[in-house]
Design a protein around this ligand. Structure first.
Ligand code: ZN
Length: 139
């Protein structure tokens, strides 16, 4: 069995960001030499997500509006979590909605994504260094 472990680092300029990481994950698959297997991609922080959806700017804004409506960043005092002195109560909830990880099949040496499927890093409490794990296993 072959395997590859890789970390992608992020430090977004904005509090929230949605970054297409499909090419970087595809690169890791190529690097692994795996032809048939599985690729796990997960956010390693509890205020960020990895999810799969369309890379369409209107949809990305719709996601952001939806998340802000459900769990608005302000008022910060709205969240009991922020009594710890943090201000990211909303970001934990946004992460839970958008998910922690994705698993994509590798077929014939490539990510076997459906039509329009793209892998995204969703940041909900940025402006600091955070990472994503890529773990590839197969033959
Ligand atoms: Zn927190």
């Amino acid at each position: 069995m072959k395997s590859l472990t890789k970390y992608l680092w992020f430090n977004t300029k904005t509090r929230r960001a949605y970054i297409n990481i499909t090419d970087e994950v595809e690169k890791a698959v190529k690097e692994s030499g795996v032809k048939e297997g599985l690729c796990l991609v997960n956010a390693m922080h509890i205020t960020a997500s990895v999810y799969i959806n369309d890379d369409e700017s209107g949809l990305i804004s719709d996601f952001d509006d939806f998340l802000e409506k459900l769990a608005p960043h302000e008022p910060i005092s709205k969240y009991r979590h922020n009594r710890t002195g943090e201000d990211n109560g909303d970001a934990h909830i946004k992460r839970q909605i958008m998910g922690r990880e994705v698993v994509v099949a590798i077929t014939d040496g490539k990510l076997d994504l459906g039509p329009w499927e793209q892998i995204f890093y969703g940041e909900f409490d940025g402006r600091r260094r955070k990472r994503v794990l890529i773990k590839i296993i197969g033959e």
